[in-house]
Design a protein around this ligand. Structure first.
Ligand SMILES: Nc1nc2c(ncn2[C@@H]2O[C@H](COP(=O)(O)OP(=O)(O)OP(=O)(O)O)[C@@H](O)[C@H]2O)c(=O)[nH]1
Length: 599
């Protein structure tokens, strides 16, 4: 039995790359949770892909045991939260399971857009916050400037801030002491009926679904029968334990504790995040206030390049969906691409991660169609339908008006790039709402159509600001606008995978840019190929790809046989990555490249 006064539950909030994972590693190491020789960098980022991209996707948790300078031993439960905007929902969810946060700010960079977004989640959850200024080993570190920023921009007291280097370990001891002395102990009643929050869940091939819980009141033991309060389903608990960071069984989980349970649950979908778990008999009466469910906001089609791999793709998607309740999919057929899936994601990063995993872990080459947001189509008969795929756009004569999702975007950028950032937002149909300064940085808030952001906004923002701008957004609602479906025709055949919804005022520009790009991306054929952009029956842009008798080896004068061989092999490999539309081969990268807007 662990006494509540000796528990501290906390999370780390930070902008991406400010050192959250590195700090977590140091805390694990400093408390001896993992022996030094077993310590590999970034213990908490389990998946390869996370390691490679340096981002944390699945919220992870670890229990640390720390003997403080006052001689008392404390249990510190760290919940690692994802830092990226796509996973904002996971952040806000895990925040409710803990009482405090370490706010990590890179002292060479300062407060960024996701610092703000994440710290607001923490403040929403009534957290006590300890600011931690990281990377003080670097010459560019400026702790007093960052402290000023934290006070000015976020409005929290930075006098108790700790300067650390998660890299060298400097200041880590102070962080642990501050967790013990500045963060509140959890509250809860041992004798009350069981009330536990379902914080997260994921699928494990051996154990089935693993459920991360925070016990609010009561005690959970192995062998008990529990009830999920949302749907009343009953499960038999076959394992309980904690993460250190490996799984370690425990006898019970009491109030204030964070741990896991398994109960032969087959699918992550059967465990609703934010649900309240109680005992089947003598359970609690009222559930905890619920969480909002995460809804996919970006949709795109995934098709196998090699159509014989459709079943493999289905298998891969089903497996990934087992572990990710926020990823949705349904079968889709496209005239040009054959069989595939229409998939829904929380955002672009989520999309990229899933696509990468399918290509890498399941070895399937994919064609990804243009990402699209969900439009509300109001019909003349008074009904409304969601449009996930521009290809499904109903006949315009039946449509009354169309609404598109809007976001509130917060961008922090050094002064000198502000002009370019404003221009970018303006070009993307943005409406400026706020412009303020914090030192040499400007903070702008824009109301933007999500559609203009999902594709390459973030890349463009990074490039116009030389990487210095940071960005975060939240959905705000829907608004009517003059939106049309633009089709692309290659050799007079519509390529549905390239259909997009655009604002009418920008359609000509976009159409022109797309056909010009496609002209460069599609290889020449033996015949002339017209490439057109059209709205309804009206062509708004056109290019023609001239015919060519293709002899790729022609430039290999001198008859070097191995060079010729290599070129031919390369061409063959390239062929595999092409898709035939009527008589025309379109390379895979054309589907994405054509949509990128350079400026
Ligand atoms: N010099 C120096 N580098 C650091 C320090 N802490 C972290 N880094 C480096 O900064 C980079 C980002 O650190 P991470 O710990 O991966 O950052 P993160 O905030 O967890 O990033 P996400 O998981 O992507 O949100 C890595 O290359 C680290 O090695 C530090 O104290 N000093």
């Amino acid at each position: 039995m662990i006494d509540l006064a000796h528990i501290r539950n906390f999370s780390i909030v930070a902008h991406i790359d400010h050192g959250k994972s590195t700090l977590a590693d140091r805390l694990i190491q400093e408390t001896g949770t993992v022996l030094d020789r077993d310590m590999k960098e970034q213990m908490l980022d389990a998946m390869d892909i996370e390691r490679e991209r340096g981002i944390t996707i699945k919220a992870n948790t670890v229990r640390l045991e720390y003997t403080a300078d006052n001689g008392e031993t404390y249990i510190l439960n760290l919940i690692d939260t994802p830092g990226h905007v796509d996973f904002a929902y996971e952040v806000s969810r895990s925040m409710r399971a803990v009482e405090g946060s370490l706010l990590v700010v890179d002292s060479t960079q300062g407060v960024e857009a996701q610092t703000l977004a994440n710290v607001y989640h923490a403040l929403d959850a009534d957290h006590e916050i300890v600011p931690v200024f990281n990377k003080i080993d670097l010459p560019a570190s400026d702790v007093s400037r960052v402290a000023e920023q934290v006070e000015d921009v976020i409005g929290i007291d930075a006098s108790g801030a700790i300067a650390v280097s998660a890299k060298t370990g400097q200041g880590i001891h102070e962080v642990l002491e501050s967790i013990v002395h500045h963060l509140p102990a959890p509250k809860g009643t041992r004798d009350a009926p069981l009330k536990a929050m379902l914080v997260d869940s994921w699928y494990d091939a051996y154990l089935g679904v693993i459920v991360l819980v925070r016990i609010m009141d009561g005690v959970l033991k192995k062998g008990e029968r529990i009830k999920m309060m949302q749907n009343g389903s009953i499960h038999h608990v076959d394992r309980i334990g904690v993460f250190r960071p490996k799984m370690q069984p425990v006898d019970e989980l009491g109030p204030g504790e964070i741990g896991f349970l398994t109960a032969s649950i087959k699918q992550v979908r059967d465990t609703r995040v934010g649900d309240t778990i109680t005992h089947e008999k003598k359970g609690c009466e009222t559930p905890l206030p619920g969480f909002k469910p995460s809804v996919p906001v970006v949709f795109c089609g995934l098709f196998p390049v090699d159509s014989s791999e459709f079943e493999d793709l289905r298998d891969a998607i089903e497996k990934l969906a087992l572990n990710d309740a926020s990823f949705s999919y349904e079968m889709e057929t496209s005239a040009a691409l054959g069989f595939g899936f229409r998939c829904g994601f929380l955002g672009l990063l989520h999309l990229e991660v899933i696509r990468d995993r399918i290509e890498r872990e399941y070895n399937i080459d994919l064609i990804t169609t243009a990402p699209s947001v969900v439009y509300h189509i109001y019909m003349r008969d008074g009904t409304m339908r969601d449009l996930h795929n521009p290809a499904d756009m109903p006949d315009l004569t039946h449509v009354d008006h169309i609404e598109e999702p809007r976001i509130k975007a917060t961008i922090l950028v050094p002064d000198e790039f502000l002009g370019d950032v404003l221009k970018l937002c303006q070009d993307r149909r943005g409406i400026q709402e706020e412009l303020t300064y914090a030192g040499a940085r400007a903070m702008v808030v824009y109301d933007l159509p999500l559609n203009e952001v999902v594709f390459d906004f973030y890349d463009r923002l990074k490039s116009v600001s030389k990487g210095y701008a940071s960005f975060d957004y939240q959905m705000t609602g829907y608004r009517t606008d003059f939106l049309v479906k633009m089709q692309i025709l290659v050799n007079d055949e519509p390529v549905d995978a390239l259909s997009t919804m655009v604002h009418r005022d920008r359609a000509d520009l976009r159409g022109r840019a797309m056909v010009e790009k496609l002209k460069d991306l599609i290889p020449r054929h033996m015949f002339k190929i017209p490439i057109q952009a059209a709205i309804g029956g009206k062509v708004i842009a056109r290019e023609t790809l001239s015919a060519l008798r293709k002899d790729v080896t022609a430039k290999c004068y001198g008859g070097d046989a191995t060079r010729k061989r290599k070129l031919l092999d390369k061409q063959k490999a390239g062929k595999k990555k092409m898709r035939q539309f009527g008589k025309v081969d379109i390379p895979q990268e054309a589907f994405i490249s054509a949509l990128k807007m350079d400026s």
